[in-house]
Design a protein around this ligand. Sequence first.
Ligand code: ASP
Ligand code: MG
Length: 589
Amino acid sequence: MATLVQKFGGTSVGNIELIQLVAKRIAKSRNEGNDLVIVVSAMGNTTNELTNLAKLISNNPPQREMDMLLSTGEQVSIALLSIALNELGISAKSMTGSQVGIVTESSHGKARILEIKTERIKYLLNAGQVVVIAGFQGTSLSSGGTAEITTLGRGGSDTSAVALATAINADACEIYTDVPGVLTTDPRMVPEAQLIPQISCDEMLELASLGAAVLHPRAVEIARNYGVKLIVRSSWDEGKGTTLTSHTQSKISKNGLELNKSVNGAELVEMQAVVGLSHIPDKPGIAADLFEALANGGVNVDLIIQATHEGKSNDITFTVSQKDLDTAKALCKQLLQKQGGELTSQNQMAKLSIRGAGIMGRPGIAAQLFETVSKVGINLRLIATSEVKVSCVIDSKMGQKALRAISDAFELQEKQIEINPQNYYQDEPEVRGIALDLEQTQVSVINVPDIPGTAAKICKALADARISLDTIVQSERKHDNGGRNISFTLNKNDRKNADQALEPILKDWPNAFLKDGNAIARISAVGAGMPETLGTAAKIFRAIANEGINIEMIATSEIRTSCIVAEKDGETALKVVHKFFGLDNKLSH
Ligand code: ASP
Ligand code: MG
């Protein structure tokens, strides 16, 4: 017998017949002896329909009234499900977020959960009831102490479910949905996509555009922070679905269940070296040749960065551990002899990173990192960003100083700081899943000064305008005046606002200007085993090169390698990389 939180999404309770089917499934689990807290979304398309009703009246309805309106969707489904359960002879009681005491911030429409009162739930469970709770909603205690209805943001029922599981210390949180679980990639593009039986929360977060369709990232964040066992499975069959795992298991802090700090830790990896190749031909296969040669020579590459360039040449920069520098240089020289280009390298570098699930979607955090580092007068040699990690490569002599500045800036405790950490993951696959993102566009700021603070300024200006950057890359090549280019990708919808946000800082840099890249697709391969495996990046580049597709930009983080290609090539690139790693083959899992 276990205590379980089971969440059913909107499509699973889309009509009365489905609600009855779901009730049967719950009844079965209850009759097996489980104590059950059920969380439901609004029926089918209800939340959209309610939103549209309000839009018929106003373009800008008060957020308080929107929460009042949208929260009714879930109130309908909890009552109907509870009626259906009682009809099957299962005692069940429904409760709204306010009745439970799901206490949130007061920001309407996107409130984070601060605390969940458990008395009423526990009382009902002890009395043998199934407790049916409205997802997506909570109650704030406004300054006057008046309770107000809040909602958590679209897709927020997953977050309600995992938060409830954390609060009542459930044995597991099961998310029932209309897909069998988390798949290796988007099955609409790659029908051979397979179910992933097990994945870490870190990997799931790095697969954001793939994972978010299945699970609200905030839910994954909570599961990760509190070590909740989270399972995603189909509402309609007995398939085991996907289990999400995590390493951390922190206690709920006084600052609130969801208000955990965005940055969970910082680390410094010393004894690194940077190798830069510039003016190499911009054609398919170059990156594959280079990283295959390195892998065959036994060199494990960490970060890889390639920026686009005017003209017909490219720059690729990567980091290796210091002991491999001579081998790496020799292998690069061989390649450059064949195809031309220049080689630079630097020893005694360090990689400084911050990590935390809360970095995702909060653009101010990367900006704060870069700003903190620049304030102590340190220049950034390389930048690498991913969904849950931001890293920069700096002079090793400055490493400890930068680490201290960062732990102050992000209020980290001693135990959250690691120097030359060990890798947790052993024997994990090098690539577990691949996401394709077509919502991004690429922009470069050409010819910015190569001095401390430049990247920080760009990120800060965009963050202040609430624009999230994805891949941020600093060019290897310098202009005649010593300036560099900084390229980044951002959501297409934010492109217009970016002009406005960057205008004031561009005024300070007379030689700098913005340049738009072509329409792009980003393919991100993610795997916990990637850092330990030799040659993963080479395989990704080779799979893409085999199709004659040119890679425009490369950006990696520890467990993620992203390639940016022309939009028209995105789907093909996704398919071939997926196949290259055998992810279309059931037996390989
Ligand atoms: N009904 C809400 C929405 O559609 C919450 C949810 O379904 O998770 O966003
Ligand atoms: Mg959902």
